[in-house]
Design a binder for this molecule. Structure first.
Ligand SMILES: Cc1ncc(COP(=O)(O)O)c(C=O)c1O
Length: 460
């Protein structure tokens, strides 16, 4: 087919005159608008419709769209050298990014292993845990304890340790089924008469009970998000929970993996979310906001104890993907981290986050279906309930989440609703994770749109 004819067909399709696609999309029964350009807080489709991005897709676009510093760094890197396979070479961007991440982690001998997405980063973390114990002559330590209503990725191992019923349901018999404990989720699980600290202690104790039930010699690691993102809707742990979890892991010689794929990279106002919880994990994973959507990028940072073990013993770490340490991807990560530093964006996340939370509560707290509004930094969620006093879950939150998302898109707002169903015990929530460059007028715009969306979906 001549090139000009191909181009004409593509343009016709792009304008929606003929909705044909060869893409095996996420939802084959949904007509997606085609994103053609972005700028700052906005994306634009093929009809030049504007979408205010208040969720960064899925907490990805930490610096918004087309940030000139990141774009020019990637451009320069690609012009100089896009890729050099890491089985043959190291490269400057991955060396620089590793140094920045290790410095942020705060342990001189820690090391960073790069991958392309959060699932890969978590698979890498699991393999570090297994190979570490095997190399230390404790091969029975294989199980990974996780939490219900958690999501750690869609690859086999990462989905196995995820406690998200809907996402597991496509292959329940095939996945490994290891112990899971309840999340620390005060809105639903804190008992009346219990202080926050008492609840945190009780929730953490579930880990010790699971370890004792299974036998510490069978457990390799515990994995949790310091702030649960999309599966529950921005749930921070009760005060003291994670320091207690750290102590339990130490007591039974179990590695602690913090999944900061969503809540890390500055999202909550410190580079790592664990910094605000007063503990340091043995392994932490990052993705999404680290590359800011400019490149597919993820990192698994291992503490000095683990990295020193591998560097001083003959046991190598058996793992690898073609694109680990990709030069252009790591250059994006360096540019994102340097921009956060240069523009003082961690402080901005804290102050703007406080303002954002205040606005959300002021605008939406009285709505009869808004059960809870919670968050930290620029990471917020609105939990929706059928009955406010009883905190009743909607029978089909997943369907409601879909409706909310479609309605939001019609209103030119990108937000990230999620949900399961009452049987799973999964709520319906709207997650908001605006880029760190958000300004007051964007938040104002978001409040008006959210109000209109809730009115349209739930009635007046
Ligand atoms: C906490 C968490 N971990 C892991 C993942 C998987 O990341 P990816 O989709 O980049 O593979 C996600 C994705 O949403 C996530 O939110």
């Amino acid at each position: 087919m001549p090139e000009n004819l191909k181009h004409a067909i593509f343009c016709q399709w792009l304008l929606g005159a003929e909705q044909m696609t060869a893409v095996f999309s996420r939802d084959l029964h949904h007509d997606y608008p085609v994103a053609v350009r972005g700028g700052g807080m906005y994306l634009y489709d093929q009809h030049d419709r504007e979408y205010l991005d208040m969720c960064g897709g899925a907490a990805v676009s930490s610096l918004g769209h087309q940030h000139p510093a990141v774009v020019s760094t990637i451009q320069k890197q690609i012009e100089t050298m896009a890729f050099a396979h890491t089985a043959f070479f190291s490269n400057e961007p991955q060396e620089r990014l590793a140094a920045l991440l290790v410095d942020a982690f705060g342990e001189a001998d820690a090391r960073a292993y790069f991958a392309s997405g959060g699932s890969e980063a978590n698979e890498t973390a699991l393999k570090f845990a297994w190979q570490y114990w095997r190399a230390r002559a404790q091969p029975t330590k294989v199980k990974i304890i996780s939490r219900t209503h958690s999501y750690h990725g869609n690859t086999f191992g990462a989905l196995s340790v995820s406690g998200h019923p809907a996402r597991r349901s496509v292959m329940p018999d095939l996945l490994l089924d290891w112990p899971r404990i309840d999340p620390c989720y005060a809105y639903r699980f804190q008992q009346s008469g219990e202080t926050e600290e008492e609840y945190g202690e009780r929730a953490a104790q579930m880990l010790e009970q699971a370890i004792l039930r299974e036998g510490a010699d069978t457990i390799a690691a515990f994995i949790a998000e310091p702030i649960v993102g999309a599966s529950l809707g921005v749930v921070s742990a009760a005060k003291g929970y994670f320091t207690k979890i750290r102590a339990i892991c130490d007591k039974y010689d179990i590695l602690l993996i913090a999944d900061e794929v969503m809540c890390g990279s500055g999202r909550t106002g410190t580079f790592f979310a664990f910094e605000q919880e007063g503990f340091r994990p043995d392994i932490v994973t990052l993705a999404k906001g680290l590359g800011g959507g400019y490149q597919p990028l993820a990192a698994t940072i291992v503490c000095a104890r683990i990295s020193n073990f591998f560097t001083t013993s003959t046991a190598g770490f058996a793992h690898g993907h073609t694109y680990i340490g990709h030069a252009a991807a790591c250059a994006a990560g360096v540019a994102v981290m340097q921009t956060i530093e240069r523009q003082n964006l961690l402080a901005a996340v804290r102050t703007k986050g406080t303002e954002f939370g205040f606005m959300l509560k002021g605008t939406l707290a009285e709505h009869p279906n808004v059960g809870d509004i919670r968050g930290r930094g620029l990471f917020w969620a609105i939990e929706l309930v059928e009955d406010k006093a009883e905190k009743t879950l909607f029978a089909n939150s997943a369907q409601l989440a879909k409706q909310l998302k479609n309605t939001a898109m019609q209103h030119g707002l990108m937000c990230y609703p999620g949900g399961g169903n009452a049987e799973d015990g999964l709520n319906c929530h709207i997650l908001l994770a605006p880029p760190y460059i958000v300004e007051h007028h964007h938040m104002d715009q978001a409040m008006a749109k959210l109000t209109a969306i809730l009115t349209e979906v739930f009635g007046a």
